[in-house]
Write a protein that binds this ligand. Structure first.
Ligand code: BG6
Ligand code: MG
Length: 214
């Protein structure tokens, strides 16, 4: 029996917002005079906004109060949201859309499991508002990946047990979260190199080739 539910991470799986995150963090880090580059940006994949800021501030000489950190994160997000307005349905690749449609035709329920608090805005920009059967994101969790909360909530919203769901991820922290929640996982990009990923994929449409061992 194939998976009843498939839970997709958003950034790096369904769409590519990395460059916008980078640009918004870079401007923010420059403003507070903290060194930031693409290598540091890679460490931010899959983790929450505040956890990302903590990583960026590892390079800072200054100690920031909680309120100051919240202000910096807010400003980064304002920049990021402005950049997201450049996104349109054309940013959704035919490969991703056709694969999602085919999985749905095969009877799978599809969900989003993303740490992002901007999930709904991104889905709207991509023309996917209302497409998924369930959306679990940064607005309904208290602990970010590698904690499994976001995926457990997605499975709950779909009405399935973790053992009936497959998690699709691009981040190492996302595969850690899937493992911790008792989910099988499919990894694209860096996540395909994780030692515990169930199905390392070369490309997104390889999801259609998965045959579940039971
Ligand atoms: C994840 C991204 O999807 O969302 C992370 O991979 C990001 O890089 C996280 O930090 C939180 O995003 P947002 O949109 O709530 O700032
Ligand atoms: Mg991701």
């Amino acid at each position: 029996m194939f998976y009843k539910g498939i839970i997709f991470d958003l950034d790096g799986v369904i769409c590519f917002t990395d460059k916008y995150h980078y640009e918004a963090w870079k401007e923010t880090a420059d403003e507070i005079d903290v060194y930031f580059d693409e290598v540091i940006n890679n460490r931010l994949r899959g983790i929450s906004r505040m956890a990302s800021l903590e990583i960026i501030l590892e390079r800072s000489q200054k100690e920031y109060t909680k309120e100051e950190k919240e202000k910096i994160a807010y400003e980064k997000n304002e920049r990021y949201k402005k950049l997201l307005h450049q996104m349109s349905p054309e940013d959704l690749s035919a490969e991703v859309k056709d694969t999602l449609d085919t999985l749905r035709q095969r009877g799978c329920k599809l969900a989003i499991g993303s740490s992002s608090r901007n999930t709904k805005l991104i889905l709207e920009r991509l023309g996917l508002k209302g497409y998924f059967d369930a959306v679990s994101d940064g607005t309904n969790i208290t602990r970010s990946k590698p904690d499994p909360e976001v995926f457990l909530k997605a499975a709950e919203f779909l009405g399935y047990a973790p053992s009936d769901c497959l998690v699709v991820e691009d981040a190492l922290a996302g595969i850690d979260a899937a493992v911790a929640g008792g989910f099988d996982s499919a990894g694209v990009g860096e996540a395909a190199t994780h030692g515990k990923v169930t199905y390392p994929l070369k490309t997104f449409s390889d999801l259609l080739k998965i045959e579940r061992d039971s």
